[in-house]
Design a protein around this ligand. Structure first.
Ligand SMILES: C[S@@+](CC[C@H](N)C(=O)[O-])C[C@H]1O[C@@H](n2cnc3c(N)ncnc32)[C@H](O)[C@@H]1O
Length: 370
């Protein structure tokens, strides 16, 4: 089951919050193993465009025909994919996770290779574009989505997932795997001096924010090996995550740096996410005793006062010739297979459920780690 960390884990020392210009495979090879909490990768699509695409009025469509997207054949693309995924995997902490975004041109190949390398797919997310580019020739369906693969490093990894926070983000409905988000337009879209799109595939910050909010924590290091205009860095900096971007193209890297310079992180208090019951730290009954809220020799009673149990120094309850944990003792008197001892047992004097003390211990723990 998913892990919900609330404090950042230790990262081997190196400088974060920067953009590195270079080839991602070579640059990742220089990073310490296990430095990243999350990898977000938007690799070349390998679109393999044959000729210029035109609209019905013969104007040229500004598609992805850049050199960075050109590979001789599938074999070359696969070898490149294997190389960067291998390095990304080495950079990831064991409990870290990987996101890769792509289209039908590449995502199936990337998905198969990452499984071969040992990644464990958790979900595929369909990013449904509310304003996609039409299919100008009318020969196929409008290509209105991209796919994101979310994968843990292994089936046993205790990856981060803020289930409850995402549910709140979605008006208290469980967040689904299809996300409708507009493509990047307007003021967010970076332009060159002539007013043209600076980058053909700049991703919307809203998409990255959702990914980071759901699967990382403040202070985590997010590594993006195909940084482009730095959408990942922008979302990371706003959400108070650390980032490391690698980009081969100097113009894109410079634009990303400029964009990131002006971003202010949100206040810490605004970044606390909603936690569910399962996210809360486990507090054994023994801690309540050690904290002095209940003492050995105290009497606990059932909600209706009919059953009484005496507390022993090891946290067990004694009822006649039975002894056991608060849960087993509750189940015993109820003659039930199981019982939540925290809500069943109450103090004798004030008839308060002992769960109140567990909450108090949790509050003290949170103050200590803050
Ligand atoms: C699909 S785009 C990423 C766009 C980015 N997510 C954004 O929102 O701006 C892929 C980027 O990877 C870069 N790239 C391609 N091959 C690379 C490599 N081997 N190492 C580093 N960057 C590379 C390209 O220059 C391009 O900017």
């Amino acid at each position: 089951m998913a892990r919900k960390r609330t404090t950042p884990s230790a990262t081997p020392a190196f400088t974060a919050d920067r953009v590195v210009i270079g080839d991602c495979v070579a640059e990742m090879a220089r990073l310490p193993a296990g430095c990243a909490d999350l990898v977000f990768a938007d690799p070349p699509y390998n679109l393999q465009l044959g000729s210029d695409l035109t609209r019905p009025d013969q104007s040229r469509v500004d598609g992805v025909d850049d050199d960075w997207d050109k590979f001789a054949d599938f074999a070359e693309y696969d070898a490149f994919t294997r190389a960067w995924l291998t390095e990304a995997r080495r950079c990831l902490k064991d409990d870290g996770a990987l996101w890769v975004i792509g289209s039908y041109h590449n995502i199936f190949r990337v998905g198969a290779i990452l499984q071969e390398l040992g990644f464990w797919i958790l979900n595929d997310i369909v990013w449904r574009k509310s304003n996609p580019m039409p299919n100008f020739k009318g020969t196929r369906f409008t290509n209105a989505h991209e796919t994101l693969i979310w994968a843990a490093k292994s089936p046993k990894a205790r990856y981060t997932f803020h289930y409850h926070a995402l549910k709140v983000l979605n008006d208290d409905l469980q967040m689904r795997s299809d996300w409708t988000i507009p493509i990047c337009t307007g003021a967010e879209r970076l332009k060159d001096a002539a007013g043209r799109k600076l980058h053909p595939t700049q991703k919307p910050e809203a998409l990255l924010s959702r990914v980071l909010l759901a699967t990382s924590n403040p202070g985590d290091l997010v590594l993006d090996p195909f940084f482009g205009t730095g959408a990942t860095g922008a979302a990371a900096k706003k959400l108070n995550r650390r980032y490391l971007g690698i980009e081969r193209d100097k113009t894109y890297a410079a634009a990303a740096k400029k964009r990131l310079k002006d971003i202010e992180p949100m206040a810490e208090a605004d970044l606390q996410v909603t936690l569910g019951k399962r996210d809360e730290p486990r507090v054994p009954f023994g801690h309540v005793l050690e904290a002095g809220f209940i003492r050995p020799g105290d009497i606990l009673v059932s909600p209706d006062g009919r059953h009484r149990a005496r507390v022993r120094a090891d946290g067990s309850l004694v009822i006649d010739d039975f002894s056991g944990s608060i849960h087993r003792a509750g189940a015993h008197v109820m003659n039930a297979p199981a019982c939540n001892g925290w809500t069943f047992w109450h103090t004798e004097a004030k008839r308060e459920p002992i769960d109140l003390f567990r909450r108090e211990v949790r509050r003290q723990m949170a103050t200590l780690t803050a």
